[in-house]
Ligand binder design. Structure first.
Ligand SMILES: CCCCCCCCCCCCCCCCC/C=C/C(=O)SCCNC(=O)CCNC(=O)[C@H](O)C(C)(C)COP(=O)(O)OP(=O)(O)OC[C@H]1O[C@@H](n2cnc3c(N)ncnc32)[C@H](O)[C@@H]1OP(=O)(O)O
Ligand SMILES: Cc1cc2nc3c(=O)[nH]c(=O)nc-3n(C[C@H](O)[C@H](O)[C@H](O)COP(=O)(O)OP(=O)(O)OC[C@H]3O[C@@H](n4cnc5c(N)ncnc54)[C@H](O)[C@@H]3O)c2cc1C
Length: 670
């Protein structure tokens, strides 16, 4: 759609005059410096000027097939642009740049069918191939001579990878693997891009050699002819059908009928099958084939932050423009943003977007540092990364989905319109809570790490920094509540320690009563999930505070003030959400809770004048927001009417169904 130009809505113009800080300063902080802001804007200019974002009809008015075809068209031209003009700006192969991710949303209101190519296929090649394999596949994948996906999940199993049924049996005579789908439930299911788009695929299958099963391994498989795009003989492939979102991503199914691939197509960086069929197991860690999932979990924290920032920008701008009800008789209707309950719904969204973005950046740096340790042969930091990425992925995607839905509630009926973009943002983020490891499953992985850390600390061993609070708790350090940043973080750590202690006790008590470890663990899983969530909260709170302090060291006083107001709002909000836990595990009193409630309500008032400026500081262009409610100019009603008038349903004054059905019904002739 071409965005019509309007003058700024007067309410929104006034809001911007109230701003107390330099928006550009905050933009630079989140981009990582002035230079990065300028590079990002250059990238956005190039993409927006390319004309690629244009749709003749709104995406939501297209059929599923049209949406898919439109998304393929855009993905191809966008890929070409990335290889040419964008590469000149970003530097060769710098696909890591968050700017590319951001501007991709200007093209795809839903998502690109190439998402898995960049998001999982290329990262798997990088992380799982030997250097010889890398030289064969990486240049082709980066150059889009081959397009790939990641097919792990099957119809019968997603969570439990060890239960996957697809087999890859080595045939030493021909030096090939035979891929086979032995049952209905063994069909690969869900892989993005698999339905219609990709010609190659990373397939996760149970490896058999010399009659022994060695568990799941990764294989590079060509599934379609590069010229005709027809499925290769022995391959059954297609689209799984309409779903809540991901409509243009052609999620697919895949079955193999004794399909042969060369031995070299097993990704052999960590484990190998030699020509004679001898299996060589990974030298360092048994779960290195799960590395791409860890990578994606790390990036999903960023996705949670980015998508929440879009939703809250839309809802705050709308709330500054929307007037409803009256506060006092005969007074003009106020902006709905003036209602404290509306501020309560929205300002936590702004603070959470900051908290998640800074946590995502921190997690990304942690990931890079663990990768560099692993390159040197040290896998000692991997368990902590796995525990951190698991709980942060679970909690951030889950919180973001809830807060995005809250943004929709905050926009009343108009938030329900697809043109608000809130339903799209929600359905995308809702899926992130499930894929790449369901919420509960990932928290249970973190819980395993926490229980182990508890046992290590009990044995007097040093534990990793993110769980050092366990050692303090075991030393008998009592928590005394203080309503400062550090004080609140310590109390949240005391909550996490208290919950982990109870889990350990429950497991031990259950074992004393005769249960084996597995049953004792199983019966404690409700508490274990809760403990892992509490641990994750303490990590987010601490990271957010530390990062704001570090990043605003040389900022102006006004930026320091407003960024810190949001930190305090976040800490107060979570204190009030978790009073039960804090009363149980810290020394917080009712008086302290009253104080926190008052502080929270005062903060809403302090933040109110800067609310619009704070969402402007996410620097999200209208073309990325795609929202009739959230455009920079605030011309909500004009855009809603414009979109209604453009609705293809209004192209003809009388729909043919009137003549076919309604009229005969009215006339008793049906
Ligand atoms: C032109 C286009 C432009 C577009 C631009 C876009 C740019 C890119 C944007 C990027 C966004 C990316 C989006 C990508 C979209 C993705 C779509 C979705 C994909 C998928 O969902 S793929 C499938 C994912 N599946 C899962 O996540 C399954 C979850 N299950 C598991 O992970 C495991 O089964 C398990 C962990 C739950 C259990 O595994 P297992 O039984 O094997 O292990 P145990 O529980 O017995 O544990 C044993 C020990 O191993 C440790 N462990 C487990 N996992 C790991 C790990 N990953 N790393 C390290 N260690 C691990 C356990 O902790 C255990 O350790 P312990 O010491 O013994 O306790
Ligand atoms: C939009 C979308 C895109 C996807 N893209 C891909 C892709 O590209 N490639 C790919 O391979 N896969 C993909 N997936 C699949 C995805 O990874 C899985 O759906 C996900 O990992 C969850 O697994 P599941 O469906 O087997 O759920 P299940 O494991 O069946 O979960 C169902 C419920 O059972 C619970 N449960 C399961 N096991 C346990 C347990 N041990 N303890 C307690 N509770 C348990 C879960 O918590 C959940 O509540 C995609 C999924 C979606 C929705």
């Amino acid at each position: 759609m071409v965005l019509k130009k309007y003058n700024i809505n007067p309410d929104l113009a006034l809001e911007r005059q109230k701003c107390t800080f330099d928006i550009e300063e905050i933009i630079n902080i989140f981009d990582g410096g002035k230079e990065k802001t300028s590079q990002r804007r250059k990238i956005e200019d190039v993409v927006l000027k390319s004309g690629l974002c244009h749709d003749d009809v709104p995406e939501e008015c297209m059929s599923l097939k049209e949406r898919y075809e439109n998304a393929v068209r855009k993905s191809c031209f966008f890929s070409k642009l990335m290889k040419t003009e964008l590469q000149e700006i970003t530097g060769i192969e710098d696909f890591e740049t968050p700017a590319i991710r951001r501007i991709a949303d200007a093209l795809f209101k839903d998502i690109s069918p190439f998402l898995l190519h960049l998001g999982m296929f290329v990262p798997t090649i990088i992380g799982q191939c030997t250097s010889e394999q890398l030289m064969i596949w990486l240049p082709k994948a980066l150059d889009l001579q081959i397009i790939g996906g990641y097919a792990q999940t099957e119809l019968g199993h997603g969570t439990f990878i060890r239960g996957l049924e697809t087999t890859a049996t080595y045939d030493a005579d021909t030096e090939e693997f035979v891929l086979h789908t032995p049952t209905l439930t063994a069909h690969k299911w869900w892989a993005g891009g698999l339905g219609k788009t990709i010609n190659h695929c990373i397939v996760v299958a149970q490896l058999y050699t010399k009659g022994v099963c060695y568990g799941t391994h990764l294989f590079m498989v060509q599934i379609r002819d590069l010229d005709t795009h027809m499925p290769l003989p022995g391959i059954k492939v297609g689209e799984i059908g309409p779903r809540m979102g991901f409509s243009s991503a052609d999620n697919g199914f895949l079955g193999f009928n004794n399909f042969r691939i060369p031995r070299n197509n097993m990704l052999m960086k960590h484990a190998q099958v030699q020509k004679d069929g001898t299996y060589v197991k990974p030298a360092r860690h048994g779960k290195l084939t799960y590395q791409t999932m860890v990578f994606v979990r790390v990036t999903l924290v960023n996705e949670a932050a980015f998508n929440l920032s879009k939703a809250v920008t839309i809802a705050v701008r709308y709330s500054a423009v929307r007037r409803q009800s009256e506060m006092r008789p005969n007074e003009p209707e106020p902006q709905i943003l003036d209602y404290p309950t509306q501020q309560h719904k929205l300002f936590i969204g702004i603070a959470t977007a900051h908290a998640f973005q800074l946590t995502a950046n921190w997690l990304w740096n942690t990931f890079k540092s663990v990768l560099s340790d692993m390159k040197k042969g040290d896998v000692g930091t991997l368990p902590e990364l796995h525990a951190l990425s698991s709980c942060l992925k679970a909690v951030c995607t889950s919180d973001a989905a809830l807060l995005i839905e809250q943004c929709r509630y905050a926009c009343g009926g108009h938030g329900y319109m697809l043109s608000s973009n809130l339903p799209y943002i929600y359905s995308f983020v809702a899926a992130t809570r499930t894929y790449e490891g369901d919420y509960t499953i990932l928290l249970l992985q973190t819980a395993r790490f926490l229980v182990k850390a508890w046992e290590q600390a009990e044995a007097g061993k040093t534990v990793t920094p993110t769980v050092s609070y366990i050692s303090r708790s075991l030393k008998g350090e009592k928590n005394s509540w203080r309503s400062t940043d550090e004080g609140i973080i310590k109390s949240f750590q005391a909550v996490a320690a208290g919950k982990i202690a109870l889990c350990v006790k429950s497991i031990r008590d259950r074992m004393k009563s005769g249960l084996d470890y597995e049953d004792a663990w199983l019966l404690t899983t409700v508490q274990l999930v809760d403990a892992a969530e509490a641990h994750c909260r303490s990590v987010i709170l601490e990271t957010y505070c530390n990062e704001v302090r570090r990043l605003t060291k040389s900022s102006s006083d006004n930026v320091k003030i407003v960024m810190h107001q949001l930190v305090t709002l976040y800490l107060s909000y979570w204190t009030l959400q978790r009073t039960g836990d804090l009363l149980r595990y810290s020394s917080i009193s009712e008086k302290d809770i009253d104080f926190m409630q008052r502080q929270y309500e005062e903060l809403l008032q302090h933040i109110r004048p800067n609310a619009v400026a704070l969402v402007d500081a996410f620097d999200l262009r209208d073309e990325i927001l795609h929202s009739s409610l959230g455009a920079y100019d605030g011309r909500v009603y004009e855009r809603l009417m414009e979109q209604a008038e453009n609705n293809p349903m209004n192209a003809e004054p009388v729909n043919q169904s009137f003549h076919k059905y309604i009229k005969p019904l009215l006339q008793g002739k049906l």
